[in-house]
Design a binder for this molecule. Structure first.
Ligand SMILES: [Zn+2]
Length: 218
């Protein structure tokens, strides 16, 4: 029998988990669920939860656990999860992981590991077009013409939250809050540790190969 993929991904900012989540969902033909989408769905229902959630989304601040947990529970039970899923952006801490296992027992937790130095290198070089949202990197994927978006021709700016100090803060927060998920999922026997410091296709093949050994076939 085919093992059902109910996967989460976690790793520091810049590890590429968003990209890997999308690749994984495509390969296994399961929906990719972003926690941001669940928030937007709740808000569009104009529920009392949605009204509270709206304030956090509008100010860009991190929603408290109980609100996030309630929205995830509420919205996930409306989705057809029978085929499996890949969840992106949740859980962010062990408490949320315990909550999630009550809603849908996770069968694979992918920990994409990169060093702080690599995260800083990747994030400080990141450029994004504010108009068409195309992303570039100063050394990895530079625009053809320096400082100009190759897609829409407008001027490129660095994200204001990509200064080294702010990135270090986010990484410290990640190590404190989110990294303990590795111990939690290891204990559950569903952890997959992946070296994220390889090119994107290698990271993905690593995930597929190791998931295959655990019985997940695409
Ligand atoms: Zn552009």
């Amino acid at each position: 029998m085919k093992k059902r993929l109910r996967a989460v991904l976690f790793g520091p900012q810049g590890c590429g988990k968003g990209t890997q989540g999308q690749l994984l969902a495509d390969r296994f033909d399961v929906p990719l669920i972003g926690v941001g989408d669940l928030f937007r769905a709740e808000i569009s229902e104009r529920s009392s939860l949605g009204r509270v959630a709206k304030k956090y989304v509008e100010t860009g601040s991190l929603a408290p656990d109980d609100l996030t947990n309630a929205i995830v529970a509420n919205q996930m039970k409306r989705l057809d999860l029978a085929r499996g899923f890949v969840l992106d952006g949740y859980p962010r801490n062990v408490e949320q992981a315990i909550h999630l296992d009550r809603i849908a027992k996770i069968s694979l937790a992918i920990h994409i590991k990169i060093s702080d130095a690599e995260a800083i290198r990747r994030l400080t070089g990141r450029l994004q077009c504010r108009f068409c949202h195309q992303t570039y990197h100063l050394t990895e994927a530079p625009p053809i013409k320096p400082g100009v978006c190759a897609v829409c021709g407008r001027k490129l700016v660095k994200r204001t939250d990509d200064t080294e100090d702010l990135i270090r803060n986010r990484l410290a927060n990640y190590h404190f809050m989110t990294e303990p998920l590795a111990a939690y999922y290891r204990q559950r026997g569903v952890l997959l540790a992946i070296n994220g410091e390889q090119p994107i296709p290698y990271v993905f093949e690593d995930i597929v190969k190791k998931a295959g050994k655990l019985g997940f076939k695409s």
